[in-house]
Design a protein around this ligand. Sequence first.
Ligand code: NAD
Ligand code: DAU
Length: 366
Amino acid sequence: MKTLLVTGGAGFIGANFVHYWLATHPQDKVVVLDALTYAGNMASLSSVVNHPHFTFVKGDICDSALVEKYLRDYSVHTLVHFAAESHVDRSITGPDAFIETNILGTYSLLKAAKKVWLDGPKTLEHRFHHVSTDEVYGTLSATDPAFTEDTAYAPNSPYSASKASSDHLVRAYHHTYGLNVTTSNCSNNYGPYHFPEKLIPLVITHILHNKPLPIYGDGQQIRDWLYVTDHAYGIDLVINKGRVGENYNIGGNNEWANIDIVKTVCALMDAQFNQHPTLKTQFPEASAAHKNDSASLITYVKDRPGHDRRYAIDATKTFNELGYQPKESFETGIAKTVEWYLQNEDWWRAVMDGSYQNYIDEQYKG
Ligand code: NAD
Ligand code: DAU
């Protein structure tokens, strides 16, 4: 039996990871530490709040003394670090929070982990697993080979630079102090509980409001999409079978141009409105979907500054060493995701509050 401290467990991937872990490791205990920023949402954890092996604590990862206390109080073996500022567009307009949480917050966790696991009596086997991104590797041309773990870091946005910085700190705490660390670098996730500022849920919720679907630049930027539970499964393998001190790429081998992803989501939404006439009453504003024409909402807008052209993950090492392969196909994963948003209107309406609308107005003005 293990006890995990999951930072950022009320966010998109963290919450999916908690659901995955409690279902697949029923003997383990999970403690979530989350500051509940705009991206954190207790509703994403509502089905586990009364689970006997689940505990939630509200707190900031930058508070090293607090983290140290929780590591001791709960006798934590494994720290899984998701907490971050995660949206590239927000890092362009306001990088401060990214430096604070992603760099200083990770440093604060490393300090606490060192104190508890290395500086005192060594009573517990420990692991510090750091959740990172493919964006640290920079950008690819259409013909470049996919990123491997040996690709040199070349981050291009304040977000990816802050994540790269945190990856280096994690590495240094292993090499210098002997902390048992692993890092995973994953591609774009999609699935339930995805905050609606990100491309796929933004498109779904905009169709339901008959609002424009904003495509940055020419829409030909490529991302490698992975169903979020397959990310959780990959992290599980890295924690349990990965070699300490190593990085592991996790990806879906599933590259799509943005415009094609958006058209796919439009077609799925139209099909849902065709198959389920009650949706027209449930979502009276979604008039393009009523007419089987959600794609008519596609609107090209000015490009994201410094927009990375293509990401692609080569996960050969993770496959060879850990046997990792995604379980969900893109066809089933994206269909499940669309259905989840249609069935969980309360969840997304609650997060699209006044501050969210202000963000959208500011981000897409003009
Ligand atoms: P998210 O923005 O949905 O969630 C972040 C969570 O961290 C929120 O619950 C928030 O409240 C919490 N948080 C933020 N600052 C905090 C602080 N100072 N102290 C404690 N909690 C804090 O993010 P996500 O999309 O779930 O991403 C999770 C992690 O995975 C991030 O580290 C991100 O870089 C990485 N990642 C994301 C993707 C993706 O496609 N979303 C892909 C690869 C890697
Ligand atoms: O690659 C992993 C990364 O994926 C994670 O590290 C990040 O935390 C996560 O947010 C995600 O970053 P992206 O920038 O790729 O995701 P986003 O959903 O913001 O955008 C996906 C693509 O769609 C990207 O090329 C930008 C484009 N886009 C996005 C929005 C929000 C649009 O064209 N229009 C939009 O309105």
